[in-house]
Design a protein around this ligand. Structure first.
Ligand SMILES: [Fe+2]
Ligand SMILES: [Fe+2]
Length: 256
């Protein structure tokens, strides 16, 4: 049992990652756990991989790792993601690639506590509503018997879903959120990278205390303007013409 710091969807955003780690350290996180998508979208993939390697006791692979390494194709990506991932493929260092290649797709953190990136069986699934949660609660029970907490990322939103006999419902995420032993929970700590967020530019993360069965959500300020300027300067932002070209290419199913 421990007080865990949970991070996900860093997406090459070094400034946001440093801010999230500092906030978790300040609040007494004993072990940091990463739910994948360390790379993609922003200009510092190698630096983020190095920091995750140094600071996280566990990390799993996200779809951006798998696409960046060429293990998944671009079919289920947005144009923005594909463009940045093509750039990531060209720049990712050997050492970082080696680390990412060895990440597991799922991990059991403690008995009954499971880490996944997207869905329980599909790394690219967005678990974004109660119907998705009910489907994945079935997968969780079948693949990880006895699991009662599933941490996930990918959908980039801080969420707690509680699964009871009556179904799945969202729970308010203010303050310390208690996790009851008789229910199953699906919990997303949010995304460290806020470059694609419209509502705010804050790094999101969470604390999970497995002794007290509570989760607490954090939102932390970072230098979002610096991240954005670097991403634009180093070729991680798609231009309107290339965006249209990618859309056309998807429509006709061409490989260029
Ligand atoms: Fe992501
Ligand atoms: Fe993802």
């Amino acid at each position: 049992m421990a007080r865990y710091g949970l991070i996900a969807d860093i997406h090459g955003n070094r400034e946001a990652l440093a801010a999230a780690l500092a906030a978790l350290d300040e609040r007494g996180a004993e072990r940091i756990v990463c739910l994948g998508d360390i790379v993609g979208y922003n200009a510092d993939p190698d630096e983020c991989v190095a920091l995750v390697r140094k600071r996280c006791s566990v990390s799993i692979a996200g779809n951006h790792e798998l696409i960046g390494l060429g293990r998944l194709d671009f079919k289920r990506c947005s144009n923005k993601a594909e463009y940045a991932l093509r750039r990531t493929r060209r720049t990712l260092g050997k050492e970082a690639a080696e680390f990412l290649r060895n990440l597991p797709n799922t991990h059991v953190l403690e008995p009954g506590v499971v880490l996944v990136h997207g869905g329980v069986r599909d790394v690219q699934q967005y678990m974004a509503n109660p119907a998705h949660i009910i489907e994945n609660a079935r997968f969780l029970a079948a693949d990880f018997p006895g699991a009662r907490v599933c941490f996930f990322g990918h959908s980039h939103e801080q969420k707690v879903y509680e699964v009871t006999a009556a179904g799945a419902q969202e729970v308010a995420i203010d303050g310390q959120v208690p996790l009851r032993k008789e229910n199953t929970y699906f919990i997303n700590p949010g995304s460290v990278d806020a470059s694609r967020k419209k509502r705010h530019k804050l790094a999101e993360c969470a604390l999970f205390d497995s002794a007290f069965n509570t989760v607490q959500f954090l939102r932390v300020r970072y230098d979002a303007a610096a991240t954005e300027a670097k991403a634009a300067a180093f070729g991680y932002r798609i231009d309107p013409l290339t965006d249209r070209l990618y859309t056309l290419r998807r429509r006709i199913g061409a490989r260029f």
